[in-house]
Design a protein around this ligand. Sequence first.
Ligand code: GRF
Length: 202
Amino acid sequence: CRVLVLISGNGSNLQAIIDGCDDNVDAEVVGVISNKPDAYGLVRAHHAEINTSCVIARKDERRQQYDSRLQQAIEQYQPDLIVLAGFMRILSDEFVSQYIGQMVNIHPSLLPKYAGLHTHQRALDAKDKEHGASVHFVIPELDAGPVILQAKVPVYEDDTVETLSSRVHEQEHAIYPLVVKWFSLNRLKMLENQAYLDDQLI
Ligand code: GRF
């Protein structure tokens, strides 16, 4: 399974996936694409001898134009699976529609709670007792695709965004490589907007 990872920043999830693929003969990270030239994840990719591309938005560029350049970059890698790992751009419906069932994202909340930004702050503000992360298939609607796997963490009274987000991140690094592994073993499918693992509805 040819895995392509899209990032914008630190790339700690990318690292977890690279490390996970080291132990998985069925999956290989064949490329990393960033929309930010200074993303630390690009350094991680170079260390792992993985090819990288940067697709940087031009001033006043329309979303569709950017997405078509992104698509060209993606096609060079011929991926079976596209993994969004902290890729901080909204993708057009047309773009996403081409990759239904082939593109996954990780979101730092227990979806359907807290789609969008500032999830840790929102969980703290709501005095939630638990929080977490979700891996889901990507559909045009933001953070709304079928959930594949979630990890929960407790929220403590003295938590800050930093302490809570680092607890969530640790879990992200456990669940994302597992989802990549399931996909590479053909165990994971999306059909009619629902996710299946081993032919069982998730
Ligand atoms: C993660 O919190 C992920 O849930 C969100 O972006 C962050 C990426 O972190 N989508 P990293 O770049 O993988 O360290």
